[in-house]
Design a protein around this ligand. Structure first.
Ligand code: NAP
Length: 287
């Protein structure tokens, strides 16, 4: 029997409609949620991600602006820009599109962003709060994965989630989020040094692949009737493929996310979610 294919686009549309209502409510009170996106250089993938963010923001009524700096920009100029955005009360969220050119220090720049406007959730203070079980902003892809599972009726409580990948952006925060009290999954995090990976993947009730290795997860690695979440976005020629061998995995799993049309659609929505949240906190005086 074939797995249910989780429709990320449909779930994202639903979430965006909910966000629009929140944005409308804020706008009625003369607070238009504002988002600034800093894009350094012209990496084609980053340019297309930023465009998608801009388009989605406009749809829900968030005022967004992309500031495109040249690839050779000096650190001082980026720092001054971040400082001015931090002080601008009409901007509630800011994100630095990663990756950035090598001569710049991503850690230092992320840390310079106000933790109250850090809608990407990558500031160390926000990572710390997540670890502490008091999340302020959860990084967008992990938050999107949780929404995707919740809204697909997939129970996390007591389930064994195996996460392949331990990046700052996806694997690590996801593993922390899903193991929080109240969400209550049992999480195993695997990485490139994990020995006998198959033993872990075959034991997963929910397997999350976030490695950036096209079709790495084969049908043999999947426990029958489990849930498979494919975070990978790999370009092969003019095609996008995930980290999971979708064609064969669909015959083994109970539910699976496609690429494209799965997790990716949620990531952008959660950026809007976090921006609306930042603006609500600003309006309540709690940020
Ligand atoms: P990353 O920073 O390159 O991290 C990849 C992780 O995978 C690392 O922790 C690495 O282990 C681990 N890994 C690599 N090969 C492995 C193997 N053979 N077995 C087990 N673990 C292995 O990547 P990322 O930023 O997390 O992104 C991962 C993928 O998700 C990429 O395809 C990216 O494009 C995609 N992505 C999608 C979205 C979305 O919205 N859909 C958002 C973000 C990222 P080590 O730590 O040991 O090196």
């Amino acid at each position: 029997m074939s797995a249910t294919v989780i429709d990320g686009k449909a779930i994202a549309q639903l979430i965006q409609a909910e966000i629009k209502l929140r944005v409308d409510e804020l706008t009625e009170r003369n607070i238009v949620p504002g988002l600034k996106v800093i894009l350094i250089g012209d990496n084609p993938a980053s340019v297309s991600y930023v465009r998608a963010k801009e388009k989605a923001a406009a749809k829900v009524g968030i005022k967004s602006e992309v500031i495109n700096l040249p690839a050779q920009v000096e650190a001082l100029q980026v720092e001054k820009l971040i400082d001015s955005i931090n002080e601008d009360s009409s901007v509630h969220g800011v994100l630095l599109q990663l990756p950035i050119p090598e001569h710049l220090n991503a850690d230092a720049l992320l840390e310079r962003i106000s933790p109250y406007k850090d809608v990407d959730g990558l500031h160390p203070e926000n990572m710390g709060l997540l670890c502490d079980g008091r999340p302020r902003f959860v990084p967008c892809t992990p938050l999107g994965i949780k929404e995707l599972l919740d809204r697909s009726g997939i129970e996390l409580n007591g389930k064994h989630v195996v996460v392949l990948g331990r990046s700052r952006l996806v694997g690590r925060p996801l593993s922390i989020l899903l193991s929080l009290k109240g969400i209550d999954a049992t999480v195993t995090i695997c990485h490139s040094r994990t020995k006998d990976l198959l033993a872990y993947t075959r034991a997963a009730d929910i397997l999350v692949a976030a490695m950036g290795s096209p079709k790495f997860v084969t049908a043999e690695m999947i426990k029958p009737a489990s849930v498979v979440v494919d975070v990978g976005v790999n370009r092969i020629g003019d095609k996008l493929v995930g980290d999971v061998d979708f064609e064969h995995a669909i015959e083994i799993a109970a539910a699976i996310t496609p690429v494209p049309g799965g997790v990716g659609a949620l990531t952008v929505s959660m950026l809007l979610f976090n921006t609306a949240l930042a603006a609500e906190r600003y309006s309540d005086g709690t940020s």
